[in-house]
Design a protein around this ligand. Structure first.
Ligand code: CUA
Length: 320
């Protein structure tokens, strides 16, 4: 469903598959209710007044027949049945999808931040732990446990075609899990209002065959490549002292973790949490003037000279 990347009416994994039929049911019942109410309202509005205009409106007797009460009973019964079905179905669906997998094939720590997603891949060897941002790679057919954290305010993790919404709350660890049936890119979106750039807080889940995932993972564990040109070397020093107070590039002096890890920046498809495609022009625009593109985000405008910008880009483009 690449045309409708946030469609919640189709599923691409076992967890979403439990939810989608219930979603359809509630949607169709809601449409039916809207149509019936509209039809009744239309009929009431079209009712003609009595012919005899001589009757003052206050003289019209209040009918006290039983038919009105009967209609209320019928209406209650008609709405109680679909509501009861929805209630029981919801409980069954919650029970089916709630439990995080006991033996997940992959464990991720995902932290919602204003306004991007930090993704850490847990590993038994501390040296194998690595972080990326706004792009979650998973192997196809594997249950992935997602531990959710909040760094500042409440965010909510949602990949409609793989799983429902789970809040990422500061000071608390919630768990979600995802599993994809087939390779593909599945769009995720923060779904709890978290400030001015809430809409620009997207991420992608990239489901890949096992070999592709393993290749991606071993690449991500590598430190950044050492620059081979003079321009890129100057760029590295600039990145270390200008960007390194917030960002990390493993293998360099840039070691902070309050902004996205840039070690393999060029392997990611988007910049600024889905705001821009990651290409040289957008990267240049973003580095120079992020407040123009995503006002209010924590990255200040850089005011680099043309030479500095071109050096910085020459280096950033080596982060493959
Ligand atoms: Cu984060 Cu909305």
């Amino acid at each position: 469903m690449s045309d409708w990347p946030l469609s919640y009416l189709t599923s691409a994994g076992p967890r979403a598959r439990e939810v989608v039929p219930l979603t359809w049911y509630v949607l169709l019942v809601s449409i039916a209710v809207s149509l019936v109410i509209s039809a009744l309202l239309w009929r009431a509005l079209r009712r003609t007044r009595p012919e005899d205009q001589s009757i003052e409106i206050r003289d019209v007797p209040i009918e006290r027949g039983t038919s009105g009460v009967r209609w209320i009973s019928i209406g209650l019964m008609v709405s109680a049945v679909p509501l009861a079905v929805a209630f029981v179905w919801t409980l069954l669906t919650l029970a089916a999808i709630a439990g995080p997998p006991a033996h997940p094939g992959l464990v991720l720590d995902v932290t919602g931040r204003q306004w991007w997603w930090q993704v850490e891949y847990a590993a038994s060897q501390p040296s194998d732990v690595f972080a990326t941002a706004n792009e979650i790679h998973i192997p196809v057919g594997v249950q992935v446990l997602v531990r959710l954290h909040g760094a500042d305010v409440i965010h909510s993790f949602w990949v409609p075609q793989l799983s429902g919404k789970t809040d990422a709350i500061p000071g608390q660890t919630n768990t979600s899990w995802i599993q994809a049936d087939k390779p593909g890119r599945y769009l995720g979106q923060c779904t709890e209002f978290c400030g001015a750039q809430h809409a620009h807080m997207q991420f992608e889940v990239v489901a890949e065959p096992r070999e592709d995932f393993d290749r991606w993972e071993s690449l991500q564990r590598q430190p950044a490549a050492v620059p081979s040109t003079a321009e890129a070397s100057r760029g590295l020093s600039l990145v270390e002292y200008r960007c390194g107070l917030c960002h990390r590039v493993r293998g360099t002096a840039a070691g902070a973790v309050s902004a996205p890890d840039l070690t393999h920046l060029m392997t990611r498809r988007t910049l600024a949490a889905g705001t821009l495609l990651n290409n040289p022009g957008n990267l240049a625009g973003w580095v120079q003037n992020p407040q123009n593109i995503k006002p209010g985000n924590l990255m200040p405008n850089q005011f680099l000279s043309a030479q500095q910008l071109s050096d910085a880009l020459a280096y950033l483009e080596t982060l493959k």
